[in-house]
Design a protein around this ligand. Structure first.
Ligand SMILES: Cc1cc2nc3c(=O)[nH]c(=O)nc-3n(C[C@H](O)[C@H](O)[C@H](O)COP(=O)(O)OP(=O)(O)OC[C@H]3O[C@@H](n4cnc5c(N)ncnc54)[C@H](O)[C@@H]3O)c2cc1C
Length: 312
């Protein structure tokens, strides 16, 4: 069976590898290579998510956890285990992740002052540039191809199935008006040897996080719905630096290496769904992952595989 996949961000590349591993012929077509996607800007941590639809996203996230655990065994993959403390000023009540073996609700005496709840999460740090290159190499080694081109409709594409992993591009490509940009800005600082992460999840629009990578620490973050400004904002940079230094004093005063901006593909619910296009061929959609595209990537890709296989 042959599939054409639109998009070379984390969703498109992961779906391509999942289909190739299942024996499909796969061609990826994307307007930009992975280096220019929002996927490269992501903090790219496997952590908890409340993306909707929750009954699907928690399943996809758990599938992803297990796949990233396998991938982390390859030192070339850019994926490493990461222990994180997720702190909440107000207790969110029961959560799906504390029912898993890789998250633990912290005891009251373990919480910093001012916090009502916290979770210790054993997740993964994914260095996007390294990981997306690793995925692309795996795709090529399995016989897949990547072509850089704009897609204006599905009818001209080859394949028994088309998979739409166009992220924010779905607004134009399939006229999905429920997709909207959610601007995010992060600050990369030199890593003095930090290996554990901490995040304050109390305010969804002003999440603060300290995520260490091999060479840098990613400090975040912001969430501005509808904003498309690609330029870093200096005031926001300073706010991020201040908030993160309050959260974790180890990052105060570190050298700023880079400031990055990306537009998350926001949608009220992640869309993984099959439909028929005008020529009768199935299209499987896989977009609208908002701030959870890495977390959900393997779960969504394997669901696409099921939907594609049963369509042919
Ligand atoms: C600051 C920040 C922090 C983040 N942190 C995390 C995190 O910790 N964990 C996590 O899981 N997620 C995180 N995210 C979210 C994550 O980055 C996204 O959910 C994910 O990258 C979306 O991937 P995608 O492949 O669906 O879309 P994209 O990466 O946007 O890729 C879309 C692809 O489709 C192509 N395309 C679009 N339209 C067309 C067209 N008409 N023709 C041809 N090609 C087309 C594009 O060229 C591109 O290749 C973060 C995002 C930001 C901005």
């Amino acid at each position: 069976m042959r599939a054409t996949i639109v998009g070379a961000g984390v969703s498109g590349l992961t779906t391509a590898v999942a289909l190739l591993e299942a024996g499909w012929d796969v061609a990826v077509v994307a307007r930009e290579t992975h280096e220019s996607t929002v996927s490269v800007v992501a903090a790219a941590v496997w952590t908890t998510t409340v993306a909707e639809p929750l009954e699907s996203t928690r399943r996809w996230a758990i599938v992803g956890w297990h796949r990233f655990a396998e991938i982390a065994a390859d030192p070339e993959s850019g994926v490493v285990p990461l222990r994180q403390r997720e702190l909440e000023r107000t207790d969110p009540g029961p959560t799906w992740w504390e029912t898993t073996p890789y998250a633990r609700r912290m005891a009251t005496d373990e919480l910093p002052p001012g916090y009502g709840a916290g979770f210790e999460v054993d997740g993964f740090m994914i260095e996007p540039l390294i990981y997306l290159r690793w995925l692309t190499e795996r795709l090529t080694a399995l016989g897949g191809t990547v072509t850089i081109a704009e897609v204006v409709g599905f009818a001209d594409l080859d394949g028994d199935v088309v998979v739409n992993c166009s992220g924010l591009g779905a607004t134009v490509l399939v006229g999905d008006e429920s997709v909207s940009p959610i601007r995010g800005q992060v600050v990369a600082v030199a890593n003095p040897g930090i290996r554990d992460a901490v995040a304050d999840e109390s305010d969804i629009d002003r999440i603060a996080y300290v995520y260490p990578r091999s060479q840098e620490v990613v400090l975040g973050g912001t969430r501005h719905v509808g904003s498309v400004d690609p330029e870093p904002d200096q005031i926001i940079t300073q706010q991020i630096l201040d908030r993160c230094a309050q959260l974790d004093s180890r990052v105060g005063g570190l050298e700023v290496l880079d400031v990055r901006v990306g537009l998350r593909p926001g949608r009220p619910t992640v869309r993984v769904e099959r439909e028929l296009v005008s020529d009768g061929r199935p299209v499987v959609h896989n977009y609208g992952h908002g701030g959870a595209g890495f977390i959900l990537s393997w779960g969504c890709a394997l669901e696409v595989l099921d939907l594609a296989a049963t369509a042919c």
